[in-house]
Design a binder for this molecule. Structure first.
Ligand SMILES: O=C(CO)[C@@H](O)[C@H](O)COP(=O)(O)O
Ligand SMILES: [Co+2]
Length: 226
């Protein structure tokens, strides 16, 4: 079973290392792990799909070597298929793609699944969940982006709470949320049905462990009675 198969009804903290100190990645990951992080969120950006450039397979391999936590690659690149083999080789545990970035989504998801990884789709804010109608058999998780992909530190888009609720009606797969997640927005998303909380700028400043723990606990506070 992959990581996403183990999520169940827990609230999972997934720090986005886009906001970390890239010169001290291993230490940064140790800090958030001490705060209960269970998954490392790794944003790959190509300056074509999004107007920003981040990191790729070489940094993924270094990150994987520095931690026992699973690494989740969020591909914000045009035509992601050519990057998948190198990320598999780097040892990431899961790969998610934006449906609009690839002309043959079925082929892309199959390449991820055939490599033995969990496969996900990340939905940009105006992308309807209905795009997944024929993709469900190939998916292990869905990421609801609560900002436009491309940058950390953007403002949370409140309409995405309703989108999580809509997705919860459509699937039992874990719903991840990504963008503007803080102690204030995490409970809204968990109450709507999200279980994996990606957070970058709200985690990687000051006491990283305390900030990571604060976000997960805020989310847990919104879980219904067991
Ligand atoms: O995928 C992305 C942005 O494109 C995210 O993963 C960001 O890295 C989240 O950063 P914050 O909004 O939490 O600062
Ligand atoms: Co991301």
């Amino acid at each position: 079973m992959g990581f996403f198969g183990s999520v169940g009804d827990r609230v999972v903290g997934a720090p986005s290392i886009l906001a970390a100190d890239f010169a001290n990645l291993a230490e940064e990951v140790r800090r958030v792990e001490a705060g209960g992080a269970e998954l490392v969120h790794f944003d790959v950006m190509d300056n074509h799909f999004v107007p920003n450039l981040s990191v790729g397979p070489a940094v993924a391999a270094a990150l994987v070597a520095s931690t026992d936590l699973p690494v989740d690659a969020h591909l914000q690149v045009m035509r992601p298929d050519s990057l998948i083999p190198a990320l598999v080789e780097a040892g990431v545990a899961s790969i998610q793609v934006q449906p609009e970035s690839t002309p043959h989504l079925h082929r892309t998801l199959e390449a991820i699944k055939n490599a033995g990884l969990d496969a996900g789709c990340a939905l940009s804010p105006t992308m309807s969940p209905s795009v997944l109608e024929y993709a469900w058999p190939y998916l292990d998780y869905v990421n609801v982006m609560s900002v436009s992909p491309g940058f950390g530190g953007q403002a949370f888009i409140p309409e995405m709470v309703g989108k999580v609720r809509r997705l919860r009606e459509m699937t039992d797969l874990p719903i991840q949320v990504d963008g503007g997640i803080t102690e204030e927005t995490a409970p809204l998303m968990v109450a709507a049905g999200a279980r994996v909380l990606v957070a970058g700028s709200a985690v990687f400043r000051g006491d990283r462990a305390a900030r990571m723990r604060g976000i997960v606990e805020a989310g847990e506070g919104a879980l219904g009675p067991a």
